[in-house]
Design a protein around this ligand. Structure first.
Ligand SMILES: Nc1nc2c(ncn2[C@@H]2O[C@H](COP(=O)(O)OP(=O)(O)OP(=O)(O)O)[C@@H](O)[C@H]2O)c(=O)[nH]1
Length: 312
């Protein structure tokens, strides 16, 4: 058996060292080594490129240079604890970091404790940039919130849409059945709205609907719900309110709506409304009674309110 020559052994050790150095240099993830005080001892090119620093700008600096100021004391403490602790590996964690140009990015960092040739512990940290993934997640979250909002709201006015409004009405009726609460609903519809669209255009009509929504909302109680049933037809659900009080509230709204000028054309808008109060009945029957009362208001010349008789 031939024994390996010292030269050959030396070559192998050197090659292994070079290989390790090359792996660290070409690794697609950022790697750094920090000493027990948290000072950078080694940073690989991917680490420098990610943060936008030259190697010589980082070596000897405290690692919190790349941490937003607010997190620095916490990160410093974590580093100290890790260097002194028993755990050899740190949990994978997500962090916000700060690049040289001030940009905030998100990384996943994982670290291990290693021992240097002087017998002192150091921390080697591996970082992966997940900024794009975080941004995509955030955009997806916002898109989902928007979809959720649109499922329940009318896009033009921001009011509850028909489906959600009818659900609210069912819930309010359930409370009436269970606890004997009072409840009134008001169905109202703009008068001769077609004329506004025909004369000033659909987008002016849209603005009227938006402005009117604000005017009505400002007059309602916090516990009332305004719903856009469709087109220029709206529903107001007034929990704990009897028909006479609903009439008083709606008469105030009717006057306010009539007195307010709409859009840059200073248009006058009026509404006709039907009120129905809760009697043992379904939501469909209650809406039907309010609808008939509203029709009577239209027939009687518009810009007025009619309370449905409980026998209708
Ligand atoms: N701008 C705009 N117009 C709408 C919208 N939805 C419905 N409309 C219009 O509302 C008008 C409703 O017309 P009609 O049902 O004849 O009612 P009206 O002209 O208000 O007449 P009365 O209700 O009988 O007083 C139509 O011209 C619809 O096109 C909308 O979202 N935006």
């Amino acid at each position: 058996m031939t024994s390996m020559s010292t030269d050959h052994l030396y070559q192998l050790v050197n090659r292994s060292k070079r290989n390790t150095e090359n792996v660290i240099k070409t690794a697609p993830l950022g790697i750094c080594i920090t000493d027990p005080h948290g000072l950078f001892e080694m940073v690989n090119p991917a680490y420098c490129q990610f943060y936008g620093y030259q190697e010589e700008e980082l070596i000897g600096q405290h690692f919190t240079l790349v941490v937003p100021e607010a997190y620095r004391p916490h990160m410093r403490q974590l580093h100290d604890d890790f260097i002194q602790g028993d755990e050899t590996h740190e949990l994978r964690q997500e962090w916000e970091v700060r690049c040289k140009n001030g940009e905030t990015r998100t990384i996943i960092a994982e670290a291990a404790r290693i021992e240097g040739d002087d017998g002192v512990s150091r921390k080697v940290t591996f970082i992966v940039d997940i900024t794009q993934r975080k941004q995509l997640e955030e955009r997806l979250k916002q898109a989902n919130e928007r979809l959720e909002y649109l499922a329940h709201h009318d896009e033009l006015t921001g009011l509850l849409n028909r489906r959600q409004g009818l659900t609210k009405l069912e819930e309010a009726l359930e409370r009436c059945r269970r606890y004997g609460n009072q409840l009134s609903i008001v169905l109202f519809d703009l008068d001769d709205f077609k004329g506004i669209n025909d004369t000033y255009g659909h987008s002016t009509g849209d603005s009227v609907l938006q402005e009117l929504t604000q005017v009505v909302n400002q007059q309602l109680r916090e516990t009332d719900f305004q719903v856009r049933l469709g087109g220029e037809e709206f529903l107001v659900i007034m929990p704990e309110v009897d028909a006479d009080s609903a009439y008083t509230a709606m008469e105030r709204i009717r006057q306010k709506v009539e007195q307010t000028p709409y859009t840059e054309h200073e248009l006058t808008v009026t509404l006709s409304a039907g009120i129905a109060c809760y009697i043992e009945a379904s939501s469909t029957r209650m809406l039907d009674r309010a609808d008939k009362a509203m029709y009577q208001a239209k027939q009687a010349g518009r810009n007025q309110i009619v309370i449905a008789s409980s026998s209708v």
